[in-house]
Design a protein around this ligand. Structure first.
Ligand SMILES: [Ca+2]
Ligand SMILES: [Ca+2]
Length: 369
């Protein structure tokens, strides 16, 4: 036997196995395909000769709608069958030989299975009797388009720690003239989005597995559109600072970008529908809780803590040097938010206040310890 004949023999053997498997997997009555018969809207003459197995035929509805199937004839019974002609299962006898099936827009032009059991000739009448209900799965996705002009983002090196905003505290986010959102006031610390390992919204993973999709409804619950954010997220991700391990303990490399309108919009719309899942996707925070989408979106974002932020206002200014100087004289009245030994000589004194002032003015020449 030459190779091509061996191959043909193998294919035929597989075909037999596949044919057998149809019978093995089918529950209840055995089934056999009769796919030479093309069922059409109107009257179909069916001849079946084996009352021990359901004969299964395909019907391809050419449009969405509610279809009625009526079988008339001697000793024949109509069956509902699931699956495809390659894998048929769960034949269910239909009482009175009359059934209606709704074909949604997304199912039109796909084959459905009809079963007939008996021994004789019958007439299967197929009629479209109504409109299908709205089919959300047939609606196309629109891609959310980035509105901001993106530039490569590199973090401010004076920031040594990022703190996630806790929405159980009272916060607002204010859009600054720089195009980024700030915590509480337009001059407050810039809010950042961590794209990779933010505990409560692993955006990169969500985008990669296609989960960042949403359906928008109006206030009456009517469908507006389906939208997907993946392209936008990936665009931002390409501009993030991935250079260093810059997040608080437990987080890995950055993927960090200041929050813009686009990212806020995505957080708000996405999270309003899906809730907040943790990094293991095993839990939903806020389950059973009322979520205020105006503040809840801040949960997966963070703001930076500056090394030299001595007075704890989340900014690094000359007032921090003054605060540090006061601390060296009145430590109880002027508590420090951070380690005050900014020149790194192991001693905390007024030299540190002077050094910090120099740092604020000339950060490159006077790096903080
Ligand atoms: Ca400060
Ligand atoms: Ca010092």
């Amino acid at each position: 036997m030459d190779l091509s004949k061996r191959f043909l023999s193998l294919v035929l053997s597989l075909g037999v196995l596949l044919g057998l498997s149809v019978g093995v997997y089918a529950s209840g009555l055995p089934m056999k395909g009769n796919f030479g018969v093309s069922l059409v809207v109107g009257e179909n003459t069916i001849t079946v000769t084996d009352s021990s197995a359901v004969s299964v035929m395909e019907f391809i509805p050419g449009e969405a709608g509610i279809f009625r199937f009526v079988l008339t004839g001697d000793a024949c019974m109509l069956y509902s069958v699931y699956g495809s002609k390659f894998y048929m299962y769960n034949p269910q006898p239909i009482e009175n030989n009359v059934m209606e099936k709704e074909i949604k827009e997304s199912q039109a032009n796909s084959p459905m299975l009809i079963g007939v059991l008996g021994n004789g000739t019958a007439t299967l009448s197929i009629e479209r009797v109504g409109e299908a209900s709205f089919d959300i799965s047939a609606q196309p996705f629109e891609t959310y388009k980035t509105t901001a002009t993106l530039t490569k983002f590199t973090k401010d090196k004076a920031i040594d720690e990022y703190v996630f905003v806790d929405v159980t505290e009272s916060h607002t986010a204010v859009l600054g003239v720089d195009g980024y959102y700030h915590l509480d006031t337009a001059e407050g610390p810039v809010l950042y989005m961590n794209f990779t390992d933010a505990t409560y919204l692993p955006v990169a993973a969500a985008a990669a597995n296609g989960a960042m999709k949403d359906v928008l409804y109006d206030e009456n619950g009517n469908f507006i559109k389906k939208i997907e954010f993946i392209t936008c997220i990936n665009e931002y991700y390409g501009y993030t600072d991935n250079s260093t391990n810059q997040m608080v303990a437990g987080y890995t490399d950055g993927g960090l970008y200041p929050l813009t309108y686009d990212l806020v919009y995505i957080l708000q719309t996405h999270t309003a529908s899906y809730g907040w899942s943790d990094s293991s996707s095993a839990n939903y925070l806020f389950t059973g809780m009322t979520v205020d989408v105006d503040t809840a979106w801040m949960f997966p974002v963070c703001y930076g803590l500056y090394i030299g932020d001595m007075n704890g206002d989340s900014r690094l200014t000359t007032s921090d040097a003054v605060h540090l100087l006061y601390h060296t004289m009145l430590p109880e009245s002027y508590a420090l938010n951070r380690d005050g030994d900014v020149n790194g000589d192991g001693v905390l004194d007024s030299d540190d206040a002077i050094y910090l002032l120099y740092h604020v003015l000339l950060p490159e020449q006077y790096p903080l310890a």
